[in-house]
Design a protein around this ligand. Structure first.
Ligand SMILES: CC(=O)N[C@@H](C)C(=O)N[C@@H](C)C(=O)O
Length: 830
């Protein structure tokens, strides 16, 4: 008879007859959520670990009949903690169920008065462990300068199985794409306002899944809405096949049972998030006939994405503009890595005008591909102005040239040749240059994660976009001719603002804060006639972000502020930008008198940023009683290029010291309790967390890490971004030192920069949340460190998510992570 019992606290040890007790520590069992396996009728084996012995008395005092009646509890729980676990999980579910808006589109209404908005919304479905996606529409009427009315449809419509949708430019058609989960065809549907007009099944021999990853992804209707260009996986390459006669010439069908296919040559992939994905390639479909053509002439070594149609010029051929990433010398991880060189290319679209004056597709002879951005190391997010005169794009040249995985962007312009004659020496104009170090109150540089599909105001030369500005996301207007940039979201707001879509010259946005769920805002230019720069932001009531009364009341009992933290040792700073204060977002209960426990939260990257926007998991942690100190240490995005570039070469010291400075700052201000400080971070944030518990072992009562970088010398050989290990640990010359064959000297350097080199000093009990499919920071990094802690008698607990990648964001995994983080920290902050 096998039985697992979890026991609450008891106080004396006596004897057990007929039962064996085996004590284990993490990862399977970790105190005080101690689980004891009782096996009858063998002898009692107990390692005398004083901390645990109290718990044993329950078993010892029990006879076997009573033991049978003890409630079975999941591993890691006892009766005392079960109550708390139950109530926290209920609260976390309430936070988890809050919806978010992914995208929005505007359509002019038939009457010509007002407009219609369509919102694509998602909500985690914990039971199915998937994101539920649905659409909600609304009619918008602007009633006065102070009033806009959104009339919401009574219910949203679920979009089951939909991978992508793209309305046509006129808004009269909607493309819906359903990617297969297996080897079935991709499904393309063309909808009108009332019904499904066309449906095409595109077989795997034409192409694989259509890219819907937000990076290579691209869908573009041409101007007369007869053709759509898009990005999909190349068809599978043919592989050698064999039957009982040995090698068989010619292709075989997949399902033949008298033959088998070999693996063929291994092909490099783009790393994290792209496991098993074939090369992205360009296709065009005719929406009337369903005929699909691969765009020819593009070099095999080029992965393509983000396609758009170039403006149609009467009497000339139609071009497509796309982004190309070269695989030379090899594909390195591309997710979160803007330092991969890329360029804009133009290629002739595979179409011709038939005699019947109807567009159709034709497999063109090899067409030439023109590199439009040869003189710059990075060009992406191509976007034509409405009159077709300008091609705008974003450049991450600062990132490519330095090797930092992300850095300050620049906005660039090419004046598109009116006669349609393309050349590769086209002049590239810097519209928003890289900002090294901004004066106070001025744009700190451009940091964009996406462009709208239609970002233009009616003057045809003003783009609206979102960008990071210190710890906030803000909305900017950019005149692409003069380069004038205005912050149009309120300058006195510490909330984060994100543009969703434009309604004519009005902006539909969401804004939120760490303690305010997102709300929709409608921005209007106050006085267009006088060329005034003022924007008025109207509140829009919406059913989208509704949450429970409990959540609302918890949030309203909290407050947040953005702290400016002066840099210590300014004399060590090599640039002016590096000496400027960095920021931390501080969230606390309104009643905080400095006794509440604190979670120091650290973002990854390191060139990323924690924004002041609403985060369900952070809001949950603050709601269960923690103050949060969310540190944007130097190296974060949003503070100018000099501050960002001050970090590579100094990871594990400058960033660690910035975090310690921020902690001292809140302690000195009486905001935090120095005896109840915990620390949490993922990836590079996990690197910082494990460095902190090693370098400042008396500061932290507990730690939690998600896929942490703990040992660069082992990571470098197995990660999809070995170059990152070099750049971050060597600094500016890391890019040139980087090799696939690290020397012993390199490995020593990497080891010395790693948290594992401080392991002997660590005391803080540490929770590890690991995604077993992580290609970025392979799970062995966290496992090695947790085993090394356990070997030294430090308490650890490991939760392994077998199907998660680096981000650990599948709904159940995200839920279980934050529930356990809350519970873990509670144990050490009593
Ligand atoms: C570039 C990169 O992926 N670096 C990792 C070590 C990291 O910190 N990742 C970030 C994006 C994260 O937050 O996971």
């Amino acid at each position: 008879m096998n039985r697992t019992l979890a026991l609450a606290s008891f106080h004396s040890v006596s004897t057990i007859s007929n039962w064996s007790v085996t004590l284990a520590t993490a990862p399977r069992l970790s105190p005080p959520f101690l689980s004891i396996q009782l096996r009858r009728p063998s002898l009692f084996h107990l390692t005398p670990i004083s901390h645990y012995t109290k718990k044993l008395s329950a078993v010892l005092a029990m006879d076997s009949s009573k033991a049978c009646s003890v409630k079975e509890l999941p591993v890691g729980l006892d009766e005392a903690t079960e109550e708390e676990y139950a109530s926290q999980s209920k609260l976390l579910q309430e936070f988890t169920s809050i919806s978010s808006i992914d995208k929005a589109w505007i359509f002019k209404s038939d009457s010509g008065i007002g407009s219609q908005a369509m919102f694509s919304i998602s909500q985690p479905n914990l039971l199915a462990n998937k994101k539920r996606k649905f659409m909600l529409s609304s009619s918008i009427s602007k009633e006065s300068i102070n009033n806009v009315n959104f009339q919401w449809a009574p219910f949203p419509i679920e979009m089951t199985g939909v991978s992508l949708f793209a309305p046509s430019p006129s808004g009269s058609k909607l493309l819906v794409i359903r990617n297969p989960e297996n080897e079935s065809p991709s499904q393309f549907e063309i909808w009108s306002s009332s019904q499904l007009e066309k449906e095409f099944m595109i077989s795997q021999s034409v192409h694989g899944s259509v890219y819907a990853d937000g990076w290579f992804e691209g869908i573009s209707w041409n101007s007369d809405e007869s053709l759509i260009a898009y990005v999909a996986e190349e068809p599978s390459p043919s592989k050698p096949s064999f039957d009982d006669q040995g090698y068989r010439k010619g292709a075989i069908k997949d399902k033949e049972c008298s033959s088998w296919k070999a693996q063929g040559d291994w092909e490099e992939e783009w790393g994290e998030c792209y496991a098993g994905k074939r090369q992205p390639a360009l296709f065009v479909i005719n929406v009337n006939s369903g005929k699909v053509e691969a765009v020819k002439g593009i070099a095999k070594s080029l992965s393509v994405g983000q396609v758009v149609w170039a403006p149609q010029v009467e009497g000339t051929e139609q071009y497509l503009v796309f982004v190309g990433w070269s695989a030379d010398p090899r594909k390195l991880g591309i997710k979160y890595c803007y330092n991969r060189p890329c360029a804009l290319y133009a290629v002739k679209a595979p179409l011709y005008k038939s005699e019947a004056a109807e567009f159709d597709l034709k497999s063109t002879e090899e067409s030439t591909v023109v590199n439009l951005t040869q003189s710059i190391s990075s060009a992406f997010f191509p976007q034509f102005s409405p009159d077709g005169k300008f091609l705008m794009f974003l450049s991450a040249k600062a990132s490519v040239d330095s090797g930092a995985h992300s850095a300050t962007d620049s906005l660039q312009r090419i004046d598109w040749p009116t006669g349609g004659k393309l050349c590769s020496s086209t002049k590239i104009i810097d519209v928003i240059p890289i900002v090294n170090c901004a004066e106070d109150g001025h744009l700190p540089g451009l940091y964009c994660s996406s462009f709208l599909s239609k970002p233009w105001l009616s003057d045809g030369c003003t783009m609206i976009l979102s960008s990071y500005w210190h710890s906030c996301e803000v909305i900017l207007s950019v005149n692409v001719i003069s380069g004038k940039v205005l912050r149009i979201s309120p300058a006195d707001s510490d909330f984060s603002w994100n543009v969703l879509t434009l309604d004519g010259d009005n902006v539909i946005a969401v804004c939120s804060s760490p303690i305010d769920v997102p709300q929709i805002k409608y921005g209007c230019l106050v006085d267009k006639a006088n060329n005034s720069t003022g924007w008025r932001w109207l509140n829009v009531s919406s059913p989208i972000f509704r949450c429970s009364e409990k959540v609302m009341s918890l949030l309203s009992s909290h407050q947040f502020s953005i702290l400016q933290i002066p840099v210590k040792d300014v004399s060590d700073c090599l640039t002016k930008g590096a000496a400027k204060p960095f920021e931390a977002i501080f969230v606390s209960s309104k009643k905080n008198d400095g006794t509440d426990p604190l979670i120091v939260m650290l973002h990854g990257g390191p060139h990323s940023v924690s924004l002041s926007s609403f985060s369900k998991s952070s809001a949950f942690l603050s709601s269960i009683g923690y103050s949060l100190l969310i540190v944007n240490y130097r190296g974060s995005l949003g503070f100018g290029e000099e501050a960002l570039q001050s970090l590579p070469g100094k990871i594990g010291s400058q960033d660690v010291n910035d975090v310690l400075t921020a902690i001292d700052y809140v302690i000195e201000k009486g905001l935090a309790n120095p005896s109840k400080i915990t620390v949490l971070g993922g990836s590079h944030g996990g690197f910082l967390t494990t460095h902190l518990i090693g370098q400042a072992p008396d500061k932290f009562v507990a730690a939690a890490v998600r896929n942490p970088v703990c040992n660069l010398s082992s990571m470098v050989g197995i990660t999809d971004i070995p170059d990152w290990c070099y750049v971050e640990s060597y600094g500016s010359n890391g890019k040139s030192i980087y090799t696939e064959a690290p020397s012993a000297e390199h490995l020593t350097h990497l080891y010395n920069k790693s948290p594992i080199s401080h392991i002997s000093k660590v005391k803080a009990p540490t929770l590890f949340l690991l995604g077993a499919q992580d290609l970025r920071v392979p799970v062995s990094n966290g496992l090695q460190y947790s085993r090394a802690l356990k070997e030294r008698g430090v308490e650890t607990k490991v939760i392994m998510f077998p199907n998660d990648i680096h981000a650990i964001e599948r709904p159940q995994s995200d839920f279980e992570s934050f529930l356990n983080i809350g519970m873990w920290f509670k144990r050490y902050c009593q």
